[in-house]
Design a binder for this molecule. Structure first.
Ligand code: AMP
Length: 209
């Protein structure tokens, strides 16, 4: 099953993708995470991407499409994938439709104020990428329950300006993509304002799994 997850930052894409990945036994590919790994390792690609990510702008298409298509063509994704953060514009959509068209697109719908509030409380494990928030804090403050690493706040979550820029970009760039998927009949709208478990139940129902 080839699934695309869409929604503004803070709508729960990462959290729900991870739950779904475990449930379906197919990998979760987060474009943002792929980049953050490159940045942490100090690769050339990471250095290029960092300049855009830190100010809340999209990384140029030629870089993103190459990174994502390499991941989608790897043997691990032969049974499908949950793709989070791609496609984000028409060029990326075309690249995807030509080689790996989505069977389902999950759109997590959430208002901007709630999303900003969630992002202010979001902490992420730099090692295993588990995400924590106000409603699902770690058992020990600042420490990952899963692997014990010290939790961090993402660089791009610390600046309200960068958050707002990312949200505006989402609305501008995703309108056409959402319309395209809706017309194609693969779009599933989900109310992402509910708690994690209820959102997940809606997704499972929408996918019929
Ligand atoms: P995310 O973890 O999805 O919030 O992504 C973090 C950052 O990575 C974004 O703000 C962008 O700078 C970059 N990024 C992620 N996905 C894409 C994409 N499909 N196209 C361009 N840039 C991306």
């Amino acid at each position: 099953m080839k699934i695309v997850m869409m929604g503004i930052q803070g709508s729960g894409k990462g959290t729900q993708s991870k739950l779904l990945s475990r449930h379906l036994g197919i990998p979760h590919i987060s474009v943002g995470e792929l980049f953050r790994e490159h940045i942490a390792k100090g690769t050339e690609l990471g250095k290029k991407a960092e300049q855009y990510i830190n100010i809340g702008e999209l990384v140029p298409d030629e870089i993103v499409i190459d990174v994502v298509m390499t991941a989608l063509n790897s043997p691990e994704t032969s049974k499908g994938f949950i793709l989070d953060g791609f496609p984000r514009n028409k060029v990326q959509l075309t690249a995807m439709e030509e080689s790996k068209p989505a069977d389902y697109v999950i759109l997590l719908e959430l208002d901007e104020q709630t999303a900003i509030h969630r992002l202010a409380h979001r902490l992420e494990c730099p090692r295993c990428h588990t995400i924590y928030g106000k409603n699902n804090p770690p058992k020990q403050e600042g420490i990952c329950d899963v692997c014990g690493a010290t939790l961090v706040q993402r660089n791009d979550d610390q600046k309200v300006e960068a958050i707002k820029r990312r949200m505006n970009l989402f609305y501008q760039e995703s309108k056409d993509i959402i319309q395209y998927y809706e017309k194609k009949g693969v779009l599933k709208r989900i109310d992402a304002s509910l708690d994690e478990t209820k959102v997940f139940q809606q997704i499972l129902r929408a996918l019929g799994v």
